[in-house]
Design a protein around this ligand. Structure first.
Ligand code: MG
Length: 159
């Protein structure tokens, strides 16, 4: 059986914070606010996987009241979710994601993001789609107040 999952996340940008997206440190004047490292791309991917598994969402799996989440690397949370994927004997077919950010330019960082995330997901890099867009100056994302990410996945489950 195959199932698809969809995830979305948005985090506010705050001046002076470290910017981590797709498991990669990106030099910029602002970073994403959050209890964890604020990695909205990894959070969207996690929600897509949990959706496909029928296992709720990132908030139910990792409540922000949990002190272990404070400052946690989101790639570590993704590794935990991959444990759930494996325990269900599921296999990820592919993941496709979009980063919507006005600044900084994400394109140059996509190879590093793929290199960081594909091994965690157990995917060849050509089964992990990462695209970057701006919001054409529109709304809070366009005004550089936030970065938003979307992700879909297809998983194969036994039976
Ligand atoms: Mg989030």
């Amino acid at each position: 059986m195959h199932k698809i999952g969809f995830g979305y996340d948005i985090h506010r940008l705050e001046a002076g914070r470290r910017l981590v997206l797709g498991g990669v440190d990106i030099p910029y004047a602002a970073g994403l606010l959050g209890h964890s490292d604020g990695d909205a791309l990894v959070h969207a991917v996690i929600d897509a996987l949990l959706g496909a598994l029928g296992e709720g969402d990132i908030g139910t799996q990792f409540p922000d009241t949990d002190p272990r989440i404070e400052g946690a690397r989101s790639t570590g949370l993704l590794e935990t979710v991959m444990g759930l994927v494996r325990s269900r004997r599921a296999e990820i077919v592919n993941v496709d994601a979009v980063i919507v950010a006005e600044e900084p330019k994400m394109g140059p960082h996509i190879p590093a993001m793929k290199a960081a995330l594909a091994p965690i997901l157990g995917l060849p890099q050509n089964s992990l789609g990462l695209k970057a867009k701006t919001n054409e100056g529109l709304g809070p994302v366009g005004e550089r107040q936030a970065i938003a990410c979307y992700a879909v996945t297809l998983i194969r489950l036994p039976g």
